[in-house]
Ligand binder design. Structure first.
Ligand SMILES: Nc1ncnc2c1ncn2[C@@H]1O[C@H](COP(=O)(O)OP(=O)(O)OP(=O)(O)O)[C@@H](O)[C@H]1O
Ligand SMILES: CC(C)(CO)[C@@H](O)C(=O)NCCC(=O)O
Length: 357
């Protein structure tokens, strides 16, 4: 039985593993090895990645191929694949499974290393097929998975609300990882990749590290939370002295991202926090704008944003929710999923188990 699904991305590895209650309660060598690995993974989730521990996500009472158990979700930086392979070797992961399902670019890049280091064959699945399959599986099995924001930019009135996604088609998926892929999904197993952009989560983190000297995603987000992007961006009112009513552009709309940074005085007045916030807003608005154009072109109104860029990042989620609603005059709906970045890993595990994705 394959226990592990891995999505080896450009920045993060997402690992999903299934802990079946029946087999683990048996006193077998297999159970002992699995419990050692689980113990290690649980206590080291996101090890080294963030300086802080990730909350350990899990889904209980899941049924897979006649076994009931728990699905565990873990992520760590792709740059630590070597550490992971050493762990897998020392804990005897190959005695549990001869095949591990893997997706993402790293399933190809690291295939030889898995074979050489731990004698494991990677059963490779396409990352976008897996993403769709994972969304389908989690949505069907997790009641409170899908949500949206009411009044996203009003601190007092903003509410996170459950969205009934049981009748989802058609919908757009905007997967914000290191880069961004946008998919139009028409029916189970019927989708196309509409477009992508290289200005994604990796760009936010890369630019933030350069501009502020921060070193982790959490630091970048914490700085952005305290910053003011209007110190960095040139707004419509900086150009018009107020609104541009003929084309419904309000004074506080960004006219030019980073447009104030051509003046030495303005550069001197912009803090690290302001630069981080402006970077976050620039990348988020650009993704929102491309997503909106794709939705309009495809005639789709439900836009589901996923990917680890949205992790611990309510600023971007609320901005996307607001932008989709405002610029579409209320016709488009931005939706979000609780397991934001794990769908590829879940999907490849489920694809191997043929659960009908
Ligand atoms: N702990 C973290 N370390 C690094 N980046 C993080 C972290 N948490 C969230 N992120 C954000 O998530 C992005 C990666 O998202 P994700 O894991 O969905 O993509 P990926 O699979 O690595 O990339 P791709 O699909 O493009 O290969 C990063 O670029 C960053 O913006
Ligand atoms: C290359 C992938 C698919 C890897 O996950 C992703 O990073 C992406 O969609 N990047 C954007 C590539 C583009 O410009 O379409």
């Amino acid at each position: 039985m394959p226990w592990f699904g891995m999505d080896i991305g450009g920045t993060l590895v997402k690992l999903v593993y299934f802990e079946p209650y029946d087999i683990l309660s048996e006193e077998s060598q297999e159970a002992e090895t699995l419990s050692k690995i689980q113990h290690y993974l649980k206590s080291n989730s996101a090890y080294g990645a963030t300086g802080k521990r990730d909350a350990h996500l899990q889904m209980d009472n899941v049924e897979i191929q006649g076994h009931v158990g728990t699905l565990h979700f873990i992520r760590f930086p792709t740059s630590e694949m070597r550490v992971f392979l050493e762990l897998a070797k020392s804990k005897g992961i190959a005695t549990l499974a001869s095949t591990v399902c893997a997706t993402g670019g790293g399933a190809y890049k690291f295939e030889e290393d898995f074979k050489r280091e731990v004698n494991l064959e990677l059963h490779k699945f396409d990352e976008l097929d897996s993403l769709i399959c994972g969304i389908h599986y989690i949505e069907a099995n997790c009641e409170e998975e899908c949500y949206y924001f009411n009044n996203p930019l009003n601190e007092e009135l903003c509410e996170k609300k459950h969205f009934d996604f049981s009748n989802p088609y058609p919908f757009l998926v905007v997967n914000i990882g290191s880069g961004v892929s946008i998919l139009a999904v028409y029916a189970p197993g019927h989708y196309k990749r509409v477009t992508g952009t290289s200005l994604g989560g990796g760009t936010f983190l890369g630019l933030c590290c350069l501009l502020t000297g921060c070193e982790t995603f959490e630091e970048a987000i914490a700085l952005a939370e305290m910053g003011d992007s209007t110190k960095v961006d040139k707004l419509v009112r900086d150009i018009y002295g107020g609104d541009y009513p003929k084309f419904n552009l309000q004074g506080d709309t960004v006219a030019s991202s980073f447009g104030n940074m051509i003046s030495k005085d303005r550069v001197g007045a912009a803090s690290k926090e302001d630069l981080a916030r402006a970077t976050l807003v620039t990348i988020t608005n650009n993704i929102g704008s491309i997503a909106r154009m794709c939705a309009v072109n495809e005639g789709i109104v439900k836009v589901v944003f996923v990917g680890n860029f949205l992790r611990v990042n309510p600023i971007s989620m609320k901005l996307l929710a607001y932008a989709m609603d405002f610029w579409s005059k209320g016709t488009l709906k931005a939706l979000f999923l609780e397991h934001e970045g794990y769908f590829g890993a879940v999907g490849c595990l489920m694809e191997l188990m043929k659960t009908g994705c």
